[in-house]
Structures are given as C-alpha cells and as structure tokens.
Design a protein around this ligand. Structure first.
Ligand SMILES: NC(=O)c1ccc[n+]([C@@H]2O[C@H](COP(=O)([O-])OP(=O)(O)OC[C@H]3O[C@@H](n4cnc5c(N)ncnc54)[C@H](OP(=O)(O)O)[C@@H]3O)[C@@H](O)[C@H]2O)c1
Length: 307
C-alpha cells in the first residue's frame, strides 16, 4: 500500500510502498480517508521517542471506514466511520484495537475533517481537565492559532472562560470567531506589558503555553499568572521546583487520547460547540512538503493529508 514515512530516523519523509496490515484478534482494519498532521509526527520520525522498525510510516491521527474486522470484534461493523490514533496513519490502511483510541466519527463534519481532531482536540480537552478549568476563569493561551490553540479557544470559551489568545501576526478576527475575548499579536507588542497594563495586572488564573520549549521562557510567561493559579506546558518546559517557589501550580501536560475522550470530542463537534478549522488539505504525495512547512512554523488550524 502507499504510505509516507522515513527509511532512516530523522531523514526527509518520502513516498513508501509498505505491506498492507492485517487485523489481529480484537482489531479493526481501517481504510484511511485522511490523516491529520501534528508536530509530534516529525519528532517520532526522528526516533526521539524510541526506535521502532524501519521504514517508519508517519502520522498518528486518522479518520476512515472500517474495512475488515479481526476475530472477536464486537463494537464496530464493516463500513463504520471512525476516527482515532494509531502509529502510521499517512497510509492507505491502519489497524487499531477496538478497545484502543478509536471512536465513531462525528456526523456534523465530513469524515476526512475528523482526522484533524484526535491529538489536538484531545490535548485541548485534556488541558481543561488537568488544569481543573470549571468555567469563569481567565486563560492566557500562547500559540493560539494552531491546532491545539484553535480547539482550546473554542472549548474554553464555551465554558465561559475568558481567553486571551496570543498569536504571531494579526489573527484577531479568526480568534474572535473562535471565542477569544482578546487577541494579542506578539509581533506587534509586548505580551507581558499588555497583560500588565490592560488585561490582568493581578495575573490570570491559567496559562497554557504551547510554544515555550525551554524552562526560562516558560518561567517568564508564568509570571503573568497570579498566586494559586495554574501554568500548563505542552512542551515539557516546567521547572523542577517551580510550583513550590512561585505559588503557581505547574503542569507538564501529556495527551491521553482514549476512546472516551474521542467520543467527547465528537459530541462537541455534533453539538456545534467545536468547529474544526482545516487550513489545508494535501494529497499523500505532498505530505512530505506539508510536514516540512509545519516544522517551519506558521500553522493555522490543522493540515490534513487526504488518502
Ligand atoms: N505534550 C503533549 O501531549 C502535546 C500534545 C499536543 C501538542 N503538543 C505540542 O504543543 C505544541 C503545539 O501543538 P499544535 O498542534 O497546536 O502545533 P501547531 O498546530 O504547529 O501550532 C503552533 C502555533 O503556535 C504559533 N506560535 C509559534 N511561536 C509563537 C509565539 N512565540 N507566539 C505566539 N504563537 C506562536 C504558531 O504560529 P507561528 O509560527 O505563525 O507563530 C502556530 O500557530 C507543539 O509543540 C506540540 O508538539 C504536545
């Protein structure tokens, strides 16, 4: 089958011809309709999280239809529209355990669009859960215009959270449509100055930093949170003793996209509280270029690979 991945860790992704997988007991064979691109795809392909066998098919998010069932499968039938996570989704087929991270796709969007949801959507929902956001809080979101940011802005504002969205470039119209109360263009003004002067001189309740990869940058952003607040990093940039030192709880977030979380996302999409912003759709042959573009920054919403 056709796929895109790497023959050596850290090399440029390319078109591959790899064997079509067969579903084992309890597994679904899914004919992939689209794969979502995430920053983590390149990190996995660089061998950072381990050295799975090569060639390595890239991608973790998929949407598609169940084509065949392994022995004993009871939750799904052939033809079901599903979305979820599996390693190697830039490919015509993937297998996934029926009890794994897979759920019925939402009805309100085209099936291919659901491929944008699993990782970024589960991250957005999971952050609200981990930070114990219950509604009414203020939330400073750094890196708001990308995959996680556009989902989180919507899910938070639907819970009456006042979102201050930080972007690079003027994204105020789009972020406003997603529910941000304020959008700050970090290339046009100093975010700390604006927060101190106009928005939250006393500090926000919650910081979600999707951008800072080093502890110093995260610590600087954490200063915009008041004592007793929460600061979340999706990039592991938390300090070792930060919460003790500053009175701000630090969370190094790690996504856990279970079937339950995916079902909750589908429900939000069907309820109209979560719009999926697909900025670009590329055919499989152009996945390597799309991955390179995203690595270079500038993501707006999600990019999907159409199989
Ligand atoms: N720990 C976990 O479980 C987990 C889960 C999901 C994602 N992540 C990580 O979280 C990060 C965000 O994920 P994502 O899927 O949302 O990535 P994405 O779709 O690439 O979006 C990142 C966004 O941040 C913006 N950005 C970069 N630097 C910025 C700055 N200084 N100020 C404001 N905006 C800035 C980018 O646009 P510009 O380049 O135009 O500024 C882009 O819109 C990634 O590093 C990803 O690997 C971690």
């Amino acid at each position: 089958m056709r796929a895109v991945g790497v023959k050596e860790y850290g090399t440029t992704p390319e078109l591959l011809d790899v064997p079509k997988p067969t579903p084992g007991p309890g597994q679904l064979l899914v004919r992939v309709e689209a794969a979502g691109i995430n920053p983590v795809d390149s990190i996995i392909a660089a061998g950072v999280y381990g050295k799975p066998p090569l060639p390595l098919v890239m991608g973790v998010d998929f949407a598609g239809r169940v084509e065949a069932l392994g022995a004993g499968v009871s939750r799904y039938a052939v033809g079901d529209a599903v979305f979820g996570r599996a390693q190697g989704t830039y490919a015509e087929y993937v297998v996934v355990d029926e009890t794994g991270p897979v759920a019925a796709a939402p009805d309100a969007v085209e099936l291919k669009t659901s491929a944008a949801l699993p990782t970024a959507g589960a991250t957005a929902l999971g952050i609200l859960e981990r930070a114990k956001v219950r509604g009414g809080e203020s939330l400073l979101l750094i890196g708001a215009a990308g995959g996680v940011g556009t989902f989180l802005t919507q899910l938070a504002s639907a819970r009456d959270v006042r979102v201050v969205a930080v972007t690079r470039g003027d994204e105020s119209v789009r972020m406003g449509l997603f529910g941000a109360a304020v959008t700050i263009d970090a290339t046009a003004e100093s975010v700390p100055d604006r927060m101190e002067r106009d928005e939250y001189p006393e500090g926000v309740d919650v910081l979600v930093d999707l951008v800072s990869s080093d502890k110093a940058a995260f610590a600087a952003n954490k200063k915009m949170v008041h004592d007793g607040g929460v600061a979340v990093s999706t990039r592991g940039a938390v300090s070792e003793h930060g919460s003790v030192q500053s009175g701000v709880e630090e969370i190094a977030f790690l996504v856990e996209p279970t079937a339950e979380v995916l079902a909750a996302l589908a429900k939000e999409v069907d309820a109209g509280t979560l719009k999926v912003f697909v900025d670009a759709e590329v055919p499989l042959e152009q996945a390597p270029q799309a991955v390179a573009r995203i690595q270079g920054g500038g993501a707006r919403g999600k990019t999907i690979v159409k199989l």
